[in-house]
Design a protein. Sequence first.
Lengths: 30, 174
Amino acid sequence: MSEQRVLSGPIPPIDAEAPTDVQTATFALG
Amino acid sequence: MGYAGGTKKNPTYHDLGDHAETIEVDFDPRRVTYDELLEVFWTNHNATRRPWSRQYASIIFVHDDEQARLARESKERFEATLGRRVYTEIVPYENFTLAEDYHQKFRLRGHHDVAAEYLSIYPRLQDFVNSTAVTRVNGFLGGCGSCLQLDADLPKLGLTSGTGSALRSAVCGR
């Protein structure tokens, strides 16, 4: 997913060091 | 939260087809590694039990070769530690369908005043789901993080003072 996706919205991101390398993990936990 | 792993188009909670209930997490690898997320995965469900149904399968959907390698190695370590078979599948990520709005940020939705304020700030479901503030508060209300951490975060969460106080009572009063 893109950085854009994570940083969208009117409230600035928490821990606002804007990540440059956002990765995605996907799990089904039973 | 959503559905993945199957072939049915446009799955819904009541018509899931061959998909499994799935969570998707965007993360900054400088702050948390994929290996650490895998540890959270193993310790938050019972992967040694044969799944009741496809809906409740244990699956790691890998996004690239590196995730595939780390997932395989992690599963091998986990199985060796337990000395038992682990039923978790490791499959390539293909598609993920976002679940209906009432499934998103479930712990937060149980606190109607806080949820209502965030839903007014983020009227679009996708923005609500992607907000780091909403995600953080959902975690606090789900029992993760301390009252001290909440106090440090509160000014950054975008809530009015009244709703912030209600959140603080819910998190710190338990």
